[in-house]
Design a protein around this ligand. Sequence first.
Ligand SMILES: NC(=O)c1ccc[n+]([C@@H]2O[C@H](COP(=O)([O-])OP(=O)(O)OC[C@H]3O[C@@H](n4cnc5c(N)ncnc54)[C@H](O)[C@@H]3O)[C@@H](O)[C@H]2O)c1
Length: 255
Amino acid sequence: MSMRFDRHVVIITGASSGIGAATARAFAREQAIVVLADLRPNEALHHQLEGEGTAVLSVTVDVASSADCERLVNQVLERFGRIDVLFNNAGITRRATVEELDEAQWDHVMAVNLKSVFLLSRLVIGPMRRQGGGSIVNTASGWGLVGGDQAAVYCASKGGVVLLTKAMAIDHGPHKIRVNCICPGDTLTPMLSDEARQLGLHGDALAAAASSRPLGRAGRPEEIADAVLFLASGQSSFITGEALVVDGGGLAGSA
Ligand SMILES: NC(=O)c1ccc[n+]([C@@H]2O[C@H](COP(=O)([O-])OP(=O)(O)OC[C@H]3O[C@@H](n4cnc5c(N)ncnc54)[C@H](O)[C@@H]3O)[C@@H](O)[C@H]2O)c1
């Protein structure tokens, strides 16, 4: 197996579950130094990776807090001296129309899904520039490209992530910092079950509904991780500002 990330320092937010945890495992398999950042630490994952010989740092952070983001980046720089990859992945969903949302709910989703990308990215750009480059990958969504029902604030936040990605790619390309995002379709994580329950459905309902997509199923977190590693690696050295759809063809028929 190729080791695209040997001793590269990789920060993953939302690393305790779903797509973040699968991505942490994938980076670890390629010898990266892995920083697991999450509101709720996953000690089992930490110990598993450490047991397999990975250098791991777990940091409990609320990505919506600028103080927490600063503490995270400072801790990583003190311990490892550099940051090669930032994967801004932490996210939450709230299935509701604008009529149903209150202001606090709007602010919370926007802060966790969108403001966090600004808060963390601005802190890593200086160190990446000084070390000669780096790669930022953000998790948007298919619903950052097209609208969805009862998902007003989620769509607004993820649409923001797509264009923030492109704007940062323009500003920081000259510093050899590439910025891309992934747009997953329905993926088998706790978020998908939670989302189904918010809609009053059985926890498996959205996963089952994915059978109508061209590939006939929902995605596995590992399949999203593969795309993240591609965008983070030198294999995508001429790609920046891209929103890569990873959804089994779900959006293939959309404009
Ligand atoms: N699962 C899907 O179908 C799907 C589809 C498209 C996009 N996404 C996006 O993928 C990303 C990962 O989602 P997932 O499906 O793996 O969900 P998940 O719920 O399994 O994992 C999300 C992780 O983010 C963490 N988190 C939440 N709020 C946080 C905060 N304020 N600070 C730090 N960490 C926080 C949670 O503790 C959790 O570990 C999200 O941005 C989500 O919007 C998911």
